[in-house]
Design a protein around this ligand. Structure first.
Ligand code: HEC
Length: 128
């Protein structure tokens, strides 16, 4: 009788530990997801509201009307769309091999901004 009870207790403990672990992992996942959502809005990505301001801030001083390094301009939707199609836009901002890393001489864009550009390119680079 005591032996059986001991096994039962051990089983209960093991089950409890198992539950504790899994609920903890689940909670962490939710927290990570929540903070990602709070800091990075990847739901309402548009060209005019998201992509154009991002390029204006980080790229246009070298790729605009007054200066067009490598002949690249990122002021009009059409130009950015072409860069998206050729893979250059994502190549340069993600520092992929074979592309010059952009912004030239500056820090890489924030992961959130890179995600937004990826989402827009994947969506077919709409002029919205
Ligand atoms: C400080 C100036 C500067 C900034 C800011 C800058 N670039 Fe550039 N960009 C350059 C120069 C210089 C080159 C030519 C580099 C080379 O060919 O090695 C270049 C080249 C490029 C090219 C051509 C790549 C190729 O395959 O030949 C693209 C596309 C580009 N930049 C996009 C961007 C984007 C997008 C941003 C903003 C995230 C940006 N650049 C920010 C200076 C800049």
């Amino acid at each position: 009788m005591p032996r059986v009870a001991g096994v039962a207790v051990r089983l209960a403990l093991a089950a409890g530990a198992g539950l504790g672990l899994s609920s903890c992992a689940y909670q962490n996942e939710q927290e990570l997801f929540a903070s990602e959502q709070l800091t990075c809005d990847t739901v309402s990505v548009t060209y005019r509201g998201t992509i154009a301001p991002l390029l204006a801030q980080h790229c246009q001083r070298c790729h605009g009307p007054t200066r067009a390094e490598s002949g690249v301009v990122v002021t009009a939707h059409h130009d950015v769309q072409t860069l998206g199609r050729t893979g250059q836009l994502l190549g340069v901002i993600q520092h992929k091999p074979g592309y010059p890393a952009m912004p030239d001489g500056g820090p890489m864009l924030a992961p959130c901004d890179i995600n937004k550009v990826k989402i827009w390119v994947r969506a077919g680079m709409p002029d919205n």
